[in-house]
Unconditional design. Structure first.
Length: 333
């Protein structure tokens, strides 16, 4: 999702090669760095290349949740180590392995979320409050990154609509604006433009109110049955399965109901490439690569890259197609 380098679709690194590259890097690192730092032990260097010297997140806690039949899609899941090892979270670096290596010390408890703006009952909720108030469910969703890779993820969360109803949106509320935590001390990408890819921080996202009220729109607090790992956006993030992954803003601290369409981070940096809507669409290509197919990240390893057709609205047309009737999807990408 680098906006500077001119990428073709073939440059988007297959995850099998990504894992291989980590191994090569580790091996090379050992060799090269051993020469540069003759006093350093191989174990220390290997540890450094793996990110083992950085504090790891505490293990996820098991959550209580139901499994509504309609959301238990019968699809092969992306394995847990890939869901939480291959991430985009630019606050922790641009490499897919950076979030897992660098997000471990993100303080996620206590955590508060403020919901305000065009609402009758603005409020600030503690995470414990949120977990008590909203019954959790597991939902198995397809997840499609704009970079043309995809996963199938068992999220645990609750409908965004439940939270929005609680604060009673006024008749002036037309959009919902979301903001990620701003904490440069713990998010190195917010302090250093090189690490953070030159994005504006804090990361912001938005939805039309009717999109936000759609039953598929989920606030996720866990994955694979346990609390959310920091690299996936602990303790609470958005999951909008019919839109490109960048709409799924992580580590949310503020939800504001507003009258006008709010600014969104990737749109601010490259408006011609990342629209406000960002609905998954095989017929509307990214200016630098095709969106017709995607690389599914499954249990396979090297040489087992699975390409599959991209589905309109990521396969959720029945549930969300009506939201966009009469909208030119080429203009409103
Ligand atoms: N705050 C924040 N949220 C973010 C991002 C980010 O860099 N910062 N990356 C987005 C992108 S591009 C994707 S594809 C998804 C990835 O979510 P995952 O790592 O849980 O798969 O998070 C989205 N949410
Ligand atoms: Mo993405």
């Amino acid at each position: 999702m680098s906006h500077k380098k001119v990428l073709t679709e073939a440059d988007v690194t297959p995850e099998s090669i990504f894992y291989d590259r980590r191994k090569v890097l580790q091996a090379l690192g050992l060799g090269a760095a051993s020469l540069a730092f003759p006093g350093t032990s191989q174990a220390d260097l290997l540890s450094w290349f793996k990110g083992n010297d950085r504090p790891q997140a505490p293990a996820g806690k098991p959550l209580d949740f139901t499994k509504p039949a309609m959301y238990q899609a019968n699809l092969p899941l992306t394995p847990e180590d890939k869901v939480s090892g291959y991430n985009n979270f630019y606050e922790f670096g641009l490499d897919k392995a950076d979030p897992a290596a660098n997000a471990g010390q993100l303080p996620t408890s206590p955590w508060k979320v403020t919901i305000d703006g065009e609402v009758g009952k603005p409020m600030t909720l503690d995470m414990d409050d949120i977990l008590k108030r909203f019954p959790l469910e597991q939902r198995i969703y397809r997840m499609r990154c704009v970079e043309a890779w995809s996963m199938v993820v068992p999220w645990v969360g609750f409908p965004l609509s439940a939270l929005l109803k609680l604060v009673e949106p006024t008749s002036d509320a037309r959009y919902v604006a979301f903001t990620t935590l701003y904490d440069p001390e713990h998010m190195p990408g917010q302090k250093d433009r090189f690490i953070g890819g030159g994005l504006n921080y804090p990361y912001v996202e938005g939805l039309r109110l009717d999109e936000a009220m759609n039953p598929l729109a989920l606030l996720s607090v866990g994955v694979y049955g346990k609390t959310m790992p920091p690299q996936n956006g602990a303790p609470i993030r958005l999951t909008i399965p019919w839109k490109y992954g960048f709409k799924g803003i992580k580590s949310i601290v503020h939800i504001r109901l507003v009258k006008e369409q709010p600014p969104t981070t990737w749109n601010q940096i490259a408006a011609d490439e990342y629209g406000f809507y960002a609905n998954v669409n095989p017929h509307v290509d990214h200016p630098r690569w095709s969106q017709a197919t995607e690389r599914f990240i499954g249990s396979g390893g090297l040489l087992d890259v699975q390409r599959q057709p991209t589905l309109l609205y990521n396969g959720y047309e029945k549930e969300v197609g009506h939201l966009y009737h009469g909208l030119d999807l080429r203009k409103n990408y």
